[in-house]
Design a protein around this ligand. Sequence first.
Ligand SMILES: Cc1cc2nc3c(=O)[nH]c(=O)nc-3n(C[C@H](O)[C@H](O)[C@H](O)COP(=O)(O)OP(=O)(O)OC[C@H]3O[C@@H](n4cnc5c(N)ncnc54)[C@H](O)[C@@H]3O)c2cc1C
Length: 448
Amino acid sequence: MTIVDIASDLGRIVHPDYPEWDAARGTFNLLIDQRPEAIAFPADDREVATVIAYARRRGLRIAAQATGHNPGPLGSLAGTLILNTSALTGVSIDADARRVRVGAATKWEKVTPRLSELGLAGLHGSSPDVGIVGYSLGGGIGWLARKYGMQANAVTAIELVTAEGHLIRTDPAHEPELFWALRGGGGNFGIVTAIEFAVHPVRELYSGAMFFPIERTSEILHAWTDLLPALPEEITTWATILHFPPLPSVPEMFRGRSFIIVMAAFLGTEPDGRELLRPLRLLGPEMDTFATQPPAALSELAMDPPDPLPYWTTTALIDEMPSAAIENVARIAGPGSPLTMVQFRHMGGALARHEPGAGARATLPGHIAVFGLGVVPEAAAKPAVLAELEALSAVFAPHRVGDYLNFVEEPADGSAFFDTDTWNRLRRVKALYDPDDLFRGNHHIPPA
Ligand SMILES: Cc1cc2nc3c(=O)[nH]c(=O)nc-3n(C[C@H](O)[C@H](O)[C@H](O)COP(=O)(O)OP(=O)(O)OC[C@H]3O[C@@H](n4cnc5c(N)ncnc54)[C@H](O)[C@@H]3O)c2cc1C
């Protein structure tokens, strides 16, 4: 894409009447029709500060965006300038210190393979295409979360440009209140230009997936939920109902087929991993990809789509999945369902422990995180997809203990993600650093 220079001190910026406009405003969700006032692509910290000053002069609010993987919560972008961070690149890895520093543009795919070669892993999630900054500011739950917690709490320093245009470094010793708020409070406090975080050695990893025919959804979900209480923190399992679309880009063995899949990542040896998963393997999966793998294999384990899609979602954190709920899920998401995916992630372990020094998103409630997604390839498919997402949400309503901010893809009341003390503290930090509410983050935190 050619971006037009409109002012040398402002960097590159695109307006609605520019030919680049439609490409610039696109996001990962093709159903989101973003219409901000302008989109700026600053190339460095100084240009970020200039864009902030420009927006203030014109009475615009600012939304940071890296990959556009979660644009829905922003809602209408009238009166808003998007500050796209895609030019703020850079990755450096200190293997001895087990520390990584990345620019705000960086996706996990730029870091995970390099770490893997060093026998290290970051706390990335299911998709290598997601931006590290956005993921980290909202929490970040992935394959190693039960053992090591959320990525937000692996963050060791954050650099950002404030509403006043100052570049500041936040860490436990510098601007500690802001450092606390950023780790869970999202993009509400400034434009993050770089982030530093700790990574973990991975000596042994046994991971893979067992594929069962979709008709066995109820049986497999019962077996999976029965197994969870016996699993140590070293293993994280997800059960996923997946209807693969009949597209040429999908590998032939999956194309147009539907499965209930149990995936797992175990930080341990193959014999121990096999023993932990024995009850599931005894059920006779149609395909079984488990093996000792390098850490980079976790990037692809969930088989997330690499390209933008038109879709709607629903999500919940639940405390239990009783038999009746399983039967309803099997009915709603089973053979012939208009939904594309329903995923259940085993939570708990480190996700439930409040470690000293944690950020605003210190823990997440719930035993299981549910995430449902329906692709809407054409307008006619929308009513059926929305009806089934609503039905799914109703199944989990009696068991819902909260919501996870990064998984909520529509505008929501930010206070719902935090307890009252945390929410009030976040609002006080917002009032200190952004009293005019210049920054629109996912999800919005108004100043106290
Ligand atoms: C396919 C897919 C898989 C996913 N898997 C997981 C998963 O396994 N685990 C998980 O926890 N989440 C997951 N997510 C959710 C993901 O973590 C959030 O959507 C996250 O917000 C994406 O960040 P981004 O920068 O890529 O997206 P963007 O839409 O570019 O940004 C999202 C938000 O991040 C903030 N932000 C981004 N950059 C900056 C910046 N430089 N300064 C200030 N604020 C900033 C802003 O508030 C912005 O609105 C997934 C999402 C998708 C689409």
